[in-house]
Design a protein around this ligand. Structure first.
Ligand code: PEP
Ligand code: MG
Length: 603
């Protein structure tokens, strides 16, 4: 019997941040904050202290730029953008000028002047009840630690020092910390802080490392070397797992691995159901870097091109028309001859940018997406021109996000028409027959779908937002994540009604929120009549496998079963059972928990 099994099992629940199960020994990571003492200095030492401060700023700038390049190379520009925000914070005159003022007026060591100024900033930002400003506090905290280490001549603990095959356990990880994480050394990540949209969660998903965040007590309860089992599907962590838990997860892993092998064997097969009905699976992308995975997983076009990527590269300024044109063209040309549905700017909400200024008290319901574009026509025009110019290089459709009324749709279309005419009149080449559609992701648009359908060429249902607005559950808030329930019959009825409205008006309708790529919901969405499902490329082989193993008759029965129920728990059971059978799980052969782990919604 090994030492680990003498300790009793502890189960800690958090938020599922990146899928996968891993077990191994814990590497408990504490980034120590240096102890900064205050001492008086002579007038003649001020310039030397100032020079030390400038050197520390320079060294930090070099360090962050190098980190930025490493992360851009390994993970892509989107993930590296966080370091641009750090470089910006490093130049913040408020932080630097206040430090120098204190140095001159109070005549104490520059490390202390900087430390106390930075603390004031951090406290101010983190006490604001706003995710955007809390994130800014995190940026300042991260660069402050770096600058202080340089000023005090200390070395930092780096996650690149972590020994092979460990589970990283931390209170929180800063972007600088996660930049050092190497997939081949790290089995999983667990943190006390964070939610599904926090930086650690995003990085873990990009690195494909299982992760559970928001565990509150993990870094206190887990000791270095403890055996830890991380379930990134369900958002739970077992410390010193019992024999029974290990056995259960062993079975689960075998079952998942076998299902995965079966799935991949069919990856090259046509997109037809068992009774030979075609289905369309397209991809959601953020930039041209995603195109390799689109090809690998045989996506049938791009159902959602989120254009925020080019804006988020420079959160402090709006990218120019040529910069945007190159960014869009790279995706459109790479996808050719397949279609690309380009969504106009959906900045705001959880994607802060100077374009919309301060996010307001409730950013998801605030100044975002089409609301910004209709008010700031210069921004909208620049983007539409860039998209239209890029459309000459492939097969483009355009859609507007966050449409809440017919008036907004009509205004957006009219403005789009003017920009198109302007380009044509000046003989700028643009694509032919560009369809224009609306995202249906706000309840008012869903209710008025039949009306909106008369004014656009297609619908794309954004379930991520639609669910949050229908249920009044903030999609980024880990505290209420359990209430974000797409099985709520109100959600399913709304989806059914929107799809029916599109059918009646004879326009195609696709679904591009997370539900589309979820094995639990994809068969139902097809049963409801969705013409296409758009998802992250990695999800495509699984959904293809599922749909290749159904018949239209079975889908009809599934729909009837689901709509005869009103209890979300029962609906969930019906959907999970259906997808588990198709995936080849032995019904009842694995614990119910195991089947539930196939959905990103289960927390
Ligand atoms: C959605 O809301 O479902 C969607 C696809 O858009 P986003 O996640 O970018 O808001
Ligand atoms: Mg949305």
């Amino acid at each position: 019997m090994d030492q680990v099994s003498l300790k009793s099992e502890i189960l800690i629940k958090g938020v599922a941040a990146a899928p996968g199960v891993a077990s191994g020994a814990a590497f408990v990571f504490h980034q120590s904050s240096p102890n900064v003492l205050c001492y008086p200095i002579e007038e003649e030492s001020i310039s030397a202290e100032k020079a030390r401060f400038e050197d520390a700023l320079l060294a930090t700038r070099r360090e962050i730029s190098a980190l930025r390049d490493t992360v851009a190379g390994r993970l892509g520009e989107k993930e590296a953008a966080i370091f641009d925000a750090h470089l910006l914070a490093l130049d913040d005159p408020a932080l630097i000028d206040e430090t120098l003022r204190m140095l001159h007026e109070e005549k104490c060591n520059v490390a202390y002047c900087f430390f106390s100024t930075a603390e004031k900033f951090i406290n101010f930002f983190s006490n604001l009840d706003d995710e955007y400003f809390k994130a800014r506090a995190g940026d300042v905290r991260d660069i402050t630690q770096r600058i202080l280490h340089h000023l005090l001549g200390l070395s930092r603990t780096a996650l690149s020092d972590v020994m092979d095959d460990r589970i990283i356990v931390a209170n929180d990880l800063t972007p600088s910390d996660t930049a050092g994480v190497e997939k081949k050394r790290v089995l999983a990540i667990v943190t006390d802080e964070g939610n599904r949209t926090s930086h650690t969660a995003i990085m873990s998903r990009a690195l494909r490392i299982p992760a559970v965040v928001g565990l509150i007590v993990a870094s206190k309860k887990i000791e270095p070397g403890d055996e830890v089992l991380v379930d990134g599907y369900e958002g739970v962590v077992y410390v010193n797992p019992s024999e029974e838990t290990r056995y259960r997860y062993g079975l689960l892993k075998k079952e998942r691995d076998a299902a995965h092998r079966r799935m991949m064997r069919e990856a090259d097969q046509p997109d037809l159901t068992l009774d030979e009905k075609p289905f369309v699976l397209s991809a959601n992308v953020n930039s041209a870097e995603d195109m390799a995975s689109v090809r690998e997983n045989r996506a049938n076009g791009i159902g959602l091109f989120r254009t925020e990527g080019v804006f988020l590269k420079t959160p402090w300024q709006t990218p120019g028309e040529d910069t945007q044109f190159e960014y869009y063209k790279a995706v459109i040309a790479a996808a050719k001859p397949a279609f690309v549905v380009v969504r106009t700017l959906d900045i705001g909400g959880d994607k802060p940018h100077v374009v919309h200024g301060a996010p307001g008290a409730n950013p998801f319901m605030g100044f975002r997406a089409i609301r910004i574009c209709l008010e700031n026509k210069a921004v909208f025009r620049t983007q539409l021109r860039a998209i239209l110019r890029a459309s000459a290089f492939g097969n483009v459709k355009i859609m507007f996000p966050m449409i809440s009324s017919l008036d907004e749709l009509v205004q957006a279309r009219e403005f789009y028409g003017r920009v198109l005419d302007e380009l044509r009149e000046t003989n700028v080449p643009v694509g032919e027959n560009i369809d224009v559609g609306a995202m249906i992701e706000i309840p008012s648009a869903a209710i008025m779908a039949d009306n909106l359908a008369q004014h656009c060429d297609f619908f794309s249902i954004g379930t991520n937002d639609l669910v949050q607005y229908l249920l009044a559950v903030d999609r980024g808030n880990g505290r209420i994540a359990h209430l974000y329930e797409p099985c709520n019959p109100a959600v399913l009825r709304t989806l059914r009604d929107v799809i029916d409205a599109a059918k009646q008006r004879k326009i195609p309708v696709s679904v591009c929120g997370e539900m589309a790529g979820d094995p639990m919901f994809a068969p139902l969405l097809i049963a409801l009549g969705a013409d296409a499902l758009s998802m992250s490329s990695a999800a495509i082989p699984g959904i293809r496998y599922l749909l290749r193993h159904v018949t239209t008759g079975k889908l009809e029965t599934l729909k009837d079963d689901v709509f005869s129920e009103t209890n979300p728990v029962e609906i969930k059971k019906i959907l999970l059972d259906f997808s588990a059978r198709l995936m080849g799980h032995v019904p009842g052969g694995a614990p119910a928990r195991a089947l539930e782990t196939t959905t990103p919604f289960s927390r």
